[in-house]
Structures are given as C-alpha cells and as structure tokens.
Unconditional design. Sequence first.
Length: 333
Amino acid sequence: MPDHLDSLVRDRTAPAGPQLHTTRLLLRPLEPGDAPAFHRLINDWDICRKLPEAPFPYPAELAAQWIAAASADRAGGVAEQFAVVDRESGALLGSAGLRLSRDRQSADLGYWLGRAFWGQGLGVEVARRLTEWAFAALPIARVTATTAADNDASAAVLQRLGFGLTGKGAQVFQCRPGQKLPVHHYAIEREVPMATAAAPPSAVLLVVAVALIDKEGKILLARRPEGKKMAGMWEFPGGKVDAGEIPEAALVRELREELGIEVSANDLAPFVFASHPYDNFHLLMPVFLCRRWQGKPAPKEGQALAWVAPDRLVEYPMPPADRPLIPMLRDFL
C-alpha cells in the first residue's frame, strides 16, 4: 500500500452509522481501514464491468477516496454506504449502499461482492436486508436498482425479492470510456398492492385503531418498525381484534402492549371505519377517538412516535387504509 494511503487509513476515524445484520453478514459503515481489502476485491474486471462508476484497473487511491466520500454522503444525508462483512471472521466481502433521489421519494440500491463470494446466496441477503431497512428507516416510498443488461445474476436477485422491471436504457460505464452500454431498471414499492376485482381478497381482517388527541389537539402516529409489512409507514395505534374480542377491548389491550398506557373503554368514542382491499385480504378497521388515558405513551415494540397537528398529517406516509381518515380528522378537529 502506498505510504500516503497508509497515512490516510491511520489518521481517519471510523464513521458512525447503522449496523445491519443478516444470518451470515454484517453491514456496517465503511471505515478507512477497509481500503486495502476493498481495493483487492474490486480490482477485478468481472466486477468493474458491471459497475458504472468503477474504472478498470481500479486505482488503490480511489478505494480510499470512495470510503471518504461514503462518510461525507452519510453525514450529508444523501446516501448510506456499507461494508459487507462476514459475521464470524470479520472479513470484508464487498460493499453495498442506497442513494436517495433528489426528491427524497426513492432510494437507489447497489451492491457488489468479491468473486470468491459469488453463488452462495449472499447477494439476496444483502439486497433484502438493505431494502427492508430502507423502507423502515428512510422517508421513501420506492427502492430502485439498475443492472447491466447482461448481469443475469443481479437481475435474478432483484426479481426474487419482488423488484419489477420498469424500463431499459443505456449508461456510460467508466471501465469502457466513451461507450454507453444497455442497462435494465428495476423498482419495488413499499405499499402492498391492491386486490383486483378479478382476484377478490380471501378473508376479512378485523383490526381496530385510535386517534389519541392531546391537549394541543395533536394526534399520535406510530411508525411501523423494521420487519413488519409496510415498515416505515405511519399509522394510528391499534392492532388485530382477537377471536371473541370486542373492538373496544382489543384497543385497550393493544394500547397497553404498544404504548404502555391505560385507557378505559368508556373513553373511546367511535368515529369512522375504514374498509380497504389488499392483495390477499380485506381490511375492516373501526377507528375511535380518545382524549383521556393514564400514563405517557412510549414505544414498546420498536416503533417511532410522533405527535402531529391535523393539518400536517398529509406529510406522513401512511398505508392506503389510513390515508382517507386524514381529511375527516382534519375537518373534525
């Protein structure tokens, strides 16, 4: 390693950022000390030819520059880049990341793995973990990805995870200056698709929700945590109604479990109900209003909480069943 690169690696401190786990992998922020292994792995024609921003040969200095740029992008809130590391050995296997679009409504997914780690299903682990985390942690509604037209392995990973082909185009690859090579564009949406008339939902799911209203007239929203369907979406607290349970009793139970507060069924005022078809079920959701409870709402299930003024509810992405409630709450309050 050149002396000036070694100095850069020693002097820079490791950036802070999220650490994501899969069965076999750890996705953590790239560190300056990763530069030698990063360069050794990526300096491979069969990798660089599939990455638009990777020249070949790949200079050692560029590895350090890329890692420094990743730290700056994270600090600036424009991208999240990760080292892909073996959980047991700690060895660097590749890199992966997400870059937010200018309107911050989507994030573009990209990853690469060293040749020795191909064909082991690691690409699926990386792409799935980053996509789940993106929908749970970032203010986006869509994850996109672009592959070289001949990159059948990456296309198979995306299709396996539910990404759909959205178009084809051409893009400059630095390993082949002056040439535009064919690429395929993919995307996956956060929301569950609606059922169609030709394929009616198979069951009715009864859930219950509440608009908790504080003394300032603000409403409590909860953000679905990672690992749940529609993670990252904001919703009114509540949950499923168990067999033999009445909606009010279910809501009292859910608020105790989710938020650690005690509510009397007498303080729950019926307001409206939502009826919405999803892909494989139909949601029926009675919605109540509540202005009185005991205790301070606190996240008990990993969710984020926010007290929101009625006229700002539209700024929070919600599941399709919840969105029609916004104008009714705004007009009522």
